[in-house]
Design a protein around this ligand. Structure first.
Ligand code: SF4
Length: 196
């Protein structure tokens, strides 16, 4: 990725921003593209949006360092934080596909409409799609509101974007626990079957 020049973004960015968190996590979170701070530091979601994201993850019992692998659809910062173009998204998708295959998560959380459109090819309607499980290539996907949207809508009231996103992450958490329990049961069954 560091030497990729498939689209024109490396002309204006500082560095390629790949990921943070745990590459062996069973939860992967995909956002849109790096912003100014991410471009400077070289990690995704490390600015104000990242702090909101980390607080929300922690509030449902997920450790941002160990329980999740965090990345973006587009790996190089678009100038002036503009939305990535269709060509930039399409150019970056093979990288993202490789990350998904390598990390092999049980659950993928899609933060914001760009991630939803890139992966599910569903245009618009993140407020309609959020909180609804989607099946994609044998994996479970959960669309979420983007943390930058939560920054612009900071109300802590019930039914406000922050509370809705926390509820969606709780749903992710409980599904992860369910899957882990089921795979533990399968492993125990296999071990029992192997006994003479
Ligand atoms: S944004 Fe993606 S496709 Fe474009 S140069 Fe960076 S890594 Fe390559």
């Amino acid at each position: 990725m560091e030497t990729c020049r498939v689209c024109d973004l490396p002309v204006t960015n500082t560095q390629v921003v790949v990921s943070r968190g745990n590459p062996q996590a069973k939860l992967m979170l995909i956002g849109e593209a790096p912003g100014a701070f991410e471009d400077e530091i070289g990690k995704p979601f490390v600015g104000r949006s990242g702090k909101v994201l980390d607080r929300l993850l922690e509030s449902v019992g997920l450790d941002p360092q160990t329980d999740v692998y965090i990345t973006n659809v587009v790996k190089c910062r678009p100038p002036n934080n503009r939305r990535p173009t269709g060509n930039e998204i399409a150019s970056s998708l093979p990288w993202l596909q490789q990350q998904i295959e390598l990390v092999d998560p049980y659950v993928i959380a899609l933060a914001g409409s760009t991630a939803v459109e890139a992966i599910l090819a569903k245009k618009g309607g993140i407020t309609r799609l959020r909180g609804q499980w989607q099946d994609w290539q044998g994996r479970l996907l959960m669309p979420l509101l983007h943390p930058a949207y939560l920054l612009r809508n900071p109300s802590k009231a019930e039914g406000a974007p922050i509370a809705l996103t926390r509820g969606d992450l709780m749903e992710v958490c409980s599904r992860l626990n369910q899957i882990k329990q089921n795979s533990l049961v399968s492993e125990m069954d296999l071990a029992r079957d192997r006994q003479p």
